[in-house]
Ligand binder design. Sequence first.
Ligand SMILES: Cc1cc2nc3c(=O)[nH]c(=O)nc-3n(C[C@H](O)[C@H](O)[C@H](O)COP(=O)(O)OP(=O)(O)OC[C@H]3O[C@@H](n4cnc5c(N)ncnc54)[C@H](O)[C@@H]3O)c2cc1C
Length: 469
Amino acid sequence: MANRFIEECQKIVGTEYVYLSDADKSPFLTDWNKRYTGDALAVLRPKNTEEVASLLALCNAENIAVVPQGGNTGLCGGAIPGKASNSVVISTSRLNKIRELDLENSTITLESGVILAHAQEAAFNAGKLFPLSLAAEGSCTIGGNLSTNAGGVQVLRYGNMRDLSLGIELVTPTGQIFNGLRGLRKDNTGYSLKDLYIGSEGSLGIITAATLKLYPLPKSKVTALVAIKNVQSAIQFIDLSRESCNADLTAFELISTRALNLVSKLAKNLGLISNSQSGWVVLLEFSSMEEEGINRSQLESLLGKALEADLISDAVLANSIQQSKDLWSIREGIPEAQFALGTVIKHDISLPISQIASFIETTETKLFELWPNMNTIVFGHVGDGNLHYNLAPASPDLSNEIEARRQSINQLVHDQVYSYSGSFSAEHGIGQSKRDELPLRKSAVEMELMRAIKHALDPKNIMNPGKVL
Ligand SMILES: Cc1cc2nc3c(=O)[nH]c(=O)nc-3n(C[C@H](O)[C@H](O)[C@H](O)COP(=O)(O)OP(=O)(O)OC[C@H]3O[C@@H](n4cnc5c(N)ncnc54)[C@H](O)[C@@H]3O)c2cc1C
């Protein structure tokens, strides 16, 4: 059967786009964090929606599981197949066309394999902004961003991927094409299938294209790295920023100095900031339709007020585009810099903003009671209540010891999150890493509704089995 199935795939996408050797398949079979490795009969690279539809109809008929994959930067193992090799990976990397830029409607329609940075570039070249921005933007795809409802550093001003999407085109698990590429801001015509598919992590079909919102390009941006008095003062600082500036607060990232100093090459020039007494800094950015000078003097005045109110102790303002990029590359370098610490247990959590300081204080105490040989590495989009709350062993040679405690550490952190009315997945999704915990954190009714939807759309469970549900 396997040979006949492979021949059919080759007829659909062409022999050169059916990868069968271990060498060709291996980049698609391990995740970015190198935590999950799976197996697959083949990796398939269709070039358009029709080829995706033919592949899904074939897989459905033959009971072959399908794992959709974009840039493979996901952090929950969602794009990696299981160990049993009765599945195929369908890579969207050739679905990479920008189909339409409608400047008067402020929309861009593009295929799901377009790399996020290329989408931003296409918008920029047309004098517009596509605002989704995250550290993996050079590799992640629009389809992956939609399927995980990605967030990133500008959610504060522009919202997450769901907020930025007007329409999607998709292929169902049985190979039907649904063209919902509507560029409408208002469209109340029954259930929102778009919203169902966004965040479904490839478990309900394959998204092949999307119509997304564009915004005016800001005239100026100003960036600063600020040492704050404590975590609570960061939260007060957000309010002060909103009250005292006409410009839009587009990013507000909380970073512990332990996380900051991991990116030591860049951070060493920051002097007092990287030694912030409180152990915390924020990276913030204002975007404005005003000239840069006006934007900058507003930020300077805000920093003055924050100093007077004893919310901050020091600040570095970027004086050029390059300096601003350098500040951002510190923030963006943190996820990768953690590899040097050995096994890091990661949590992508969200909390009511008002509860963040208390959460951090009480959780750290409980964690050290559990096992004192670890360090917290905390950074995240605190303006959205989203923290990357990571635990590293005190030295890399304690990696096995922290790994042995993974379950108890996860349980402690997530119990804390729920005691503060938070969520154990803010922006990365469920994938395979959090799948077993989902029924413990959701009500029975919510799980039953989700299973009913999955069963109605994918009765043979061919779409990304073992993920989400
Ligand atoms: C350094 C780094 C920084 C990151 N920062 C952020 C951040 O700030 N905010 C954030 O939200 N995420 C962040 N991420 C996580 C990741 O980049 C995002 O989840 C991204 O949206 C995934 O896109 P991708 O194309 O790589 O998807 P993949 O990893 O390929 O897939 C992710 C999931 O989507 C499914 N999928 C992919 N394409 C499709 C499709 N066309 N149709 C249906 N299902 C599909 C896959 O099956 C899988 O379940 C970061 C990751 C890294 C490595």
